[in-house]
Design a protein around this ligand. Structure first.
Ligand SMILES: [Zn+2]
Ligand SMILES: [Zn+2]
Length: 277
């Protein structure tokens, strides 16, 4: 894994890094490398904590987080959100990690991940890695804390379920709303959950035209992102979960369209983007 020499964070600072933001399936096309081909994984760091949301292939970009406590929060276990997990576990020698996720389909978060990390899908089981993994099942709609970071949750509108997270730290509020399909009711719920946030990651997998062919697939559009940003008064909107077929040129074009319409502080997220919130 690449060695990260990022500056030390001060108390109250929250650093956000996009490790991967492609949706549904990883892509290695040279035409997609600026926005990135790795699937969904996001890193939030404080002085003491390294909190990863989702374990898509982007998790292979995890920088060296030193002695920080490691936590992994899973929105849901669709394959694009967990594909990189074996690579993470293989890279953590003699470390501890706590994995959080909801019970789905009657399976605990551990059982869901074991279905992937077991023969015949994968030859190494979770217990075989040189890492201590603790699992925490989170109940729908609960709040919990990791160190000084408070995390509120709400259920997403997504086939099989997914969780939307709100991270609160140092007076800042960040929403992670990947794998969300808009509807009048779902969007209202998200608007009241997210109101006044500093940053939101929002699922904009489809163009409005594509969405017409993909209703019920559990994803949204940049057009809906603009509406939610305005109604919820979100300072910075990052559009995530890019469709596997959307090239850099295509996403650049959508970005230009947003700017031409006067939309501000909204952009298609790029792998490797890093900011202190
Ligand atoms: Zn997904
Ligand atoms: Zn999904």
């Amino acid at each position: 894994m690449p060695n990260d020499t990022s500056s030390k964070l001060q108390k109250g600072e929250l650093r956000f890094t996009i490790l991967g933001t492609r949706g549904s399936m990883t892509t290695a096309s040279p035409e997609m490398m600026r926005y990135g081909g790795n699937t969904t994984s996001y890193l939030f760091e404080t002085e003491e904590e390294a909190i990863i949301i989702d374990a898509g292939t982007g998790i292979m970009n995890l920088p060296d987080v030193g002695e920080k406590r490691l936590s992994l929060i899973i929105t849901h276990t669709h394959i694009d959100h967990i594909l990189g997990l074996p690579m993470l576990l293989g890279s953590l020698r003699n470390r501890n990690i706590t994995v959080y996720g909801e019970i789905r389909g009657g399976y605990t978060i551990r059982q869901q991940l074991e279905r992937y990390l077991s023969i015949p899908l994968w030859p190494v089981s979770i217990d075989d890695y040189d890492v201590t993994v603790d699992f925490v099942n989170i109940a729908e709609g609960v709040s919990f804390s990791i160190g000084g970071v408070r995390i509120d949750t709400m259920p997403s509108n997504h086939p099989g379920g997914s969780t939307i997270f709100k991270l609160l730290y140092g007076g800042k509020v960040v929403i992670v709303a990947t794998d969300f399909e808009h509807s009048p009711e779902a969007s209202e719920g998200l608007i009241s959950f997210a109101r006044g946030s500093d940053m939101m990651l929002y699922d904009a997998q489809y163009t409005p035209d594509e969405y017409e062919q993909c209703r019920g697939f559990g994803h949204s559009t940049y057009e809906q992102a603009v509406i939610i940003q305005q109604k919820a008064d979100i300072k910075e909107m990052l559009l995530v979960h890019h469709a596997p077929g959307h090239t850099d040129a295509f996403l650049d074009d959508l970005q230009c369209r947003l700017e031409a319409e006067g939309c501000k502080n909204i952009s298609f997220a790029r792998e490797g983007f890093k900011t202190v919130i």
